[in-house]
Design a protein around this ligand. Structure first.
Ligand SMILES: CCCCCCCC/C=C\CCCCCCCC(=O)N[C@@H](COP(=O)(O)O)[C@H](O)/C=C/CCCCCCCCCCCCC
Length: 215
C-alpha cells in the first residue's frame, strides 16, 4: 500500500469494487474486499493529514491480509469463509486473549468488518441528508453506533477530533468526484445494498463461529 502511488479517481469506482465481493454461493472474496478498502483509504487521504492515524491503521490491516493472501498458504485465503475455516482448523486464531497469533487473518478482517458497518451507516446518512447536512455529525453518529463501541477512550477522542474537520456536504461530494448531488445520491442508493450484503454475510459467518469478539 505504501508503494501504491495510483491516485484516487472516483468514489463510484471504489464502491463498485464491493459489487465484486460476493461469489455465486455468497462467499466474500478477500481480493475484492481488500481492493475496496484500498480505494477507501485513498479517498480518506484526500481529506487531509488529520486522518493519517486512521489511514495508517487501515493500511496496516490491509497489509496483514495481503501478506496472508500472497503467502505460501494463499490458496486458503480466497474468501472470508475459506480463511476462517483454514485458520480455525489449524488453530491459527487467538480466540479469547491475545497470544501467539496477533496477526491472524480472522482478527484483522474483523476490525475492517466493524469499520464496514460504520461505512454503511455513514453512507446511508449521507444519502438521505439535505444540502445543509453536516458530514462531521453524520460521521460521528455512525461511528458512535458502530466502531466506537470497540475503541478505547483515547482512540474515540482522537477520532472525534478528526471528524470535526470534515468538509461540509457540498465540498465532500466534490471530493467524491461522482458528479452532481443527484448522481451522488443515486450512486449511494445502488452501492448501499451491496455493502450491506457483504457486511451481513460476514457478520453471520463470524457469529456462527463465535468470532465476533476476537481479541
Ligand atoms: C462517501 C463516503 C465515503 C467514506 C469513505 C471513508 C473512507 C474511510 C477509509 C478508511 C476507514 C478507516 C477504517 C478504519 C479501520 C479501523 C480498524 C480499527 O478499529 N482499528 C482499531 C483497533 O485495532 P487493533 O488495535 O485491535 O488492531 C485501532 O485501534 C484504530 C485506530 C485508528 C482509529 C480508527 C477510527 C476509525 C474511524 C472511522 C472513520 C473514518 C473517517 C472517515 C471520514 C470520512
Amino acid at each position: 500500500m505504501d508503494n501504491d502511488k495510483t491516485l484516487f479517481s472516483s468514489l463510484k469506482e471504489v464502491l463498485d469494487t464491493f459489487k465484486l465481493c460476493l461469489s455465486e454461493n455468497k462467499e466474500v472474496y478477500l481480493e475484492h474486499y481488500v481492493a475496496g478498502w484500498r480505494g477507501l483509504v485513498k479517498f480518506l487521504n484526500c481529506l487531509g493529514s488529520v486522518f493519517g492515524f486512521i489511514s495508517k491503521d487501515a493500511v496496516n490491516k490491509i497489509k496483514i491480509l495481503v501478506t496472508h493472501m500472497e503467502g505460501e498458504n494463499g490458496s486458503q485465503y480466497v474468501t472470508v469463509q475459506s480463511m476462517v475455516k483454514y485458520e480455525l482448523d489449524n488453530e491459527l486464531v487467538d480466540l479469547t486473549k491475545r497470544g501467539i497469533h496477533p496477526e491472524s487473518g480472522c482478527r484483522t478482517l474483523l476490525r475492517l468488518h466493524r469499520a464496514l458497518r460504520w461505512l454503511e451507516l455513514f453512507l446511508e446518512r449521507l444519502r438521505t441528508s439535505n444540502e445543509d447536512g453536516k458530514t462531521s455529525v453524520m460521521c460521528s453518529e455512525s461511528y458512535n453506533e458502530s466502531l466506537a463501541q470497540h475503541h478505547p477512550w483515547m482512540v474515540r477522542k482522537a477520532a472525534g477530533m478528526a471528524f470535526c474537520v470534515l468538509p461540509g456536504r457540498p465540498a465532500f461530494f466534490e471530493v467524491m468526484n461522482v458528479g452532481p448531488p443527484e448522481q451522488v445520491v443515486a450512486m449511494l442508493g445502488e452501492a448501499l445494498p451491496l455493502i450491506s450484503d457483504v457486511y451481513q454475510i460476514t457478520e453471520e459467518f463470524y457469529a456462527q463461529h463465535n468470532m465476533l469478539d476476537l481479541p
